[in-house]
Design a binder for this molecule. Structure first.
Ligand code: PLP
Length: 389
């Protein structure tokens, strides 16, 4: 037996374990001080009523012979794919049903899709970004190059014609920066990919935080994108499905063989998302579901707005917050990400995530999230004002 040696090339991530260790040490020394966590990347509000109702109904169906369901279609039930199709239409994107694949979340498919690509492809990944893109490619032994996101480009890098890549990752709105591309900027990426014959893997996990149509929700709103892009989306942040698990992946037929290859891959290695979960997901796209999830999204967005307004008053440079649950700030006084983490914990008892954990360009930056409670977010921002104004 020979192991996959590529795993030895993965960098160990101590980000969240170090955060937890530092917070535990602080609370052990200061048991009377209330620590507020604005580092969480998970939702906190419960599933909405429409979803819970649909889930209960589906559970009952599973207990009756006439409505019991066993294995479902690997690519998802038609009722959910129809709902996703309609959702895309609301953003002006027309899809065929067999271009839509229901998944158990974006993370799995972002990793699984790499089955379709040769090992000798070069991969272009923005830095900083969600670490899964880099790690899944390192595991497969692919060469990774980076597109630098920084203060100068407002954390929205554009293609560099001098860089050649075969697989290009774009995450918009971005984790961790919250920065989101407009249509003109995305068009530049689409043109670049088509020129190179490259594929874009577009992660739209946070598209639901865009609440107007000034920015694209989907890369397919850009002309030519169906010829070069696969899109991943998720109900995790959209509807609080982080623990329920459901998402969808779009592989357009205009991409040629890739659509059929993905179907083959899924029918071979995947047996579908549970019926109960797909019924719950279907409810997200109903009128009631959409109204209810928007209430939850607005709750988070109000937190984000409060954080952003406070940072503005404190003169702290930041991006994000408007179209995402993430606020990405420049650490004051040229502190490193970890120095700022310690400073904030010590002086305000507020916990965030050091930007250096998301790539080399994250050094000197810091991520706050809006997934906390309104009360805690308000209190944390009062402490920011005391410390920085
Ligand atoms: N993509 C991005 C950019 C994320 O930040 C996350 C989760 O934090 C995911 C994908 C994973 O989503 P899912 O829960 O659907 O696997």
């Amino acid at each position: 037996m020979k192991i996959n040696k590529n795993y030895e090339n993965l960098e160990q991530s101590y980000l969240f374990s170090t955060v937890a260790k530092k917070v535990n040490e602080f609370t052990a020394k200061n048991p009377d001080k209330k620590v507020i966590r604005l580092g969480i990347g998970d939702v906190t509000l419960p599933l909405c009523k429409a979803v819970i109702g649909a889930m209960h109904k589906a559970v009952d169906e599973m207990g009756v012979q006439a409505t019991f369901r066993g294995y479902g279609p690997e690519q998802g039930y038609d009722f959910l794919r129809e709902a996703v199709k309609k959702y895309y239409l609301s953003h002006g994107v027309e899809l065929e049903l067999d271009e839509i694949f229901i998944s158990d979340g974006a993370k799995s498919d972002l990793g699984n899709i790499l089955d379709l690509f040769s090992q000798d492809n070069t991969v272009l990944v923005p830095d900083p970004v969600y670490p899964v893109y880099v790690d899944t490619n390192i595991m497969a032994g692919r060469k990774v190059v980076f597109a630098d996101a920084n203060g100068e480009n407002c954390f929205l890098p554009l293609p560099d014609k001098g860089v050649k890549a075969d697989i290009i990752y774009i995450c918009s709105p971005n984790n961790p920066t919250g920065a989101a591309y407009n249509k003109e900027q995305l068009k530049k990426w689409v043109d670049y990919a088509r020129e190179l014959g490259a594929v874009i893997l577009f992660d739209a996990a946070y598209e639901c935080f865009i609440d107007d149509n000034s920015l694209p929700h989907s890369i397919y709103e850009i002309e030519g994108a169906k010829e070069c892009a696969i899109e991943f989306c998720s109900l995790s942040k959209m509807a609080g499905f982080t623990g329920t698990r459901c998402g969808y992946t779009i592989v357009p037929k205009a991409l040629g063989k890739l659509n059929k290859m993905w179907l083959r891959r899924q029918t071979t290695k995947f047996n579908g998302v549970p019926y109960i979960v797909q019924r719950a997901a279907e409810a997200v796209f109903t009128e009631d579901g959409q109204k209810e999830i928007k209430e939850n999204l607005n709750y988070y967005k109000e937190n984000a707005k409060l954080i952003s307004e406070t940072l503005k008053r404190c003169n702290i440079w930041h991006v994000g917050g408007k179209y995402s649950p993430y606020i990405w700030l420049k650490c004051p006084n040229n502190m490193t990400s970890w120095e700022f983490f310690d400073y904030l914990l010590e002086n305000a008892q507020v916990v965030g995530t050091p930007g250096s954990g998301f790539g080399k360009n994250g050094e000197g930056y810091f991520r706050l999230t809006s997934f906390g409670s309104k009360e805690n977010t308000r209190e944390a921002m009062e402490r920011f004002e005391k410390l920085f104004m």
